[in-house]
Design a protein around this ligand. Structure first.
Ligand code: DP6
Length: 362
């Protein structure tokens, strides 16, 4: 598919108003997206676990208006929120050619997260995907599709992911579950334009995989992901890194089918540390890990060695640690987290999550 396929050409102009509501999850990448070209096209493929509990719930009420200026208000947890406006304005400007009705209506966007806003958990994936899904439901209400339901659903999800990507790259991986690939590659069905549900075999060891998010630092990040991505331009290790992501994805595909957890741990932890190594070797260089991030990583390594455990960690662009483990090891790992890792979390806070099936219309 090309970008042309996502341009809405005609729609009903008589609809005066309506409302739509979605909840959309966050996701955690196993192979990391870090570096992008123009128009939110990734430099390398990525794959993520869709989460289950960390979600954004968004309702959009739309009302016909005069004039063609983009017009919306955003309420976060019941309060009018001016701080979120510029990001949504940019998002709407980027997607207007694909959803031209955006200029015909005033939108009241009401949104909230199931996780605390000040948790340091990026809400852009769940937040942008929830808005994209709401816009797709509005598109559906304004058009009369005559195609079969299956085709309609497939197009709906693809375009929702396509729009979400233009809001925040990783958001395109939040529409479906349980694993989603984004970025062209030789190993899996994929696209640079939208996330695709992983179609490879999945060993039962990965069913209901667990992710406990240790909140090490709830503060605002010093360097945004967007700035970090841009620092991959001219980065001394960029070419090798992008190639490594392709190789890791091809290896991970075999691991997901075979259930080789030892190799899974190696790929996932290496990806997390490579991501942060890219940050530390950018110019200007920066570091998002905190002392407690390293304490936790060392504890996880010691615990794994001593207990023949399959616990491992991954990181996103921040100091928090995602602890990943099979459901079969849940009891043992939870005891370890409580007795040895919670001490490194800010105010002892952590979130228990697991693989999820994707967004739901409410
Ligand atoms: C480290 O999707 O937040 O979490 O496209 O600029 O909005 P933008 O970036 P964003 O980058 C996320 C990067 C990451 C890795 C990943 O999720 O793959």
């Amino acid at each position: 598919m090309t970008t042309q396929d996502f341009i809405l050409k005609s729609y009903a102009t008589k609809v005066e108003s309506g409302a739509v509501k979605w909840e959309s999850p966050s996701n955690i990448a196993l192979i990391k997206y870090w570096g992008k070209k123009e128009h939110q096209i990734p430099e390398n493929p990525s794959i993520s676990f869709t989460l289950s509990n960390c979600k954004t719930i968004t309702e959009i009420t739309y009302t016909k208006k005069q004039g063609d200026a983009i017009s919306f208000d955003i309420y976060f947890e019941g309060q009018l929120n001016e701080a979120f406006k510029p990001k949504i304005q940019t998002f709407f400007e980027r997607i207007e050619s694909y959803v031209p009705f955006i200029r015909d209506y005033h939108f009241k966007i009401e949104t909230s997260n199931t996780f605390p806003h000040s948790s340091g958990i990026a809400s852009s994936a769940s937040g942008m995907s929830a808005i994209a899904l709401c816009l797709m439901s509005i598109e559906k209400q304004l058009t009369h599709t005559v195609t079969s339901q299956a085709v309609e659903k497939s197009y709906f999800n693809k375009k929702a992911s396509f729009l979400a990507r233009l809001g925040s790259g990783s958001a395109c991986r939040s529409i479906e579950g349980e694993l989603v690939v984004w970025g062209k590659n030789k190993s899996t069905e994929s696209s640079d334009l939208f996330g695709v549900k992983y179609d490879g075999d999945l060993h039962e060891k990965f069913y209901n995989y667990q992710d406990t998010i240790l909140l090490v630092d709830k503060g605002e990040k010093q360097v945004s992901s967007t700035v970090g991505h841009n620092l991959m331009f001219g980065h001394p290790f960029a070419t090798q890194r992008f190639e490594q992501a392709h190789n890791n994805l091809s290896d991970l595909k075999e691991v997901l089918a075979s259930g080789d957890l030892k190799r899974f741990v190696e790929i996932v932890e290496s990806e997390a540390l490579t991501l942060h190594a890219m940050m530390m070797t950018s110019m200007p260089y920066f570091m998002l890990m905190k002392p407690n991030t390293l304490e936790i990583i060392n504890k996880i390594w010691a615990h794994r060695a001593a207990n023949n455990s399959n616990i491992c960690f991954t990181l996103d662009a921040g100091a928090n640690v995602h602890v990943l483990y099979p459901e079969a090891e849940k009891k043992e790992v939870c005891e370890f987290i409580k007795s040895e890792l919670v001490a490194y979390c800010q105010n002892g806070h952590y979130i228990c999550d697991s693989i999820g099936k994707g967004a739901t219309q409410l």
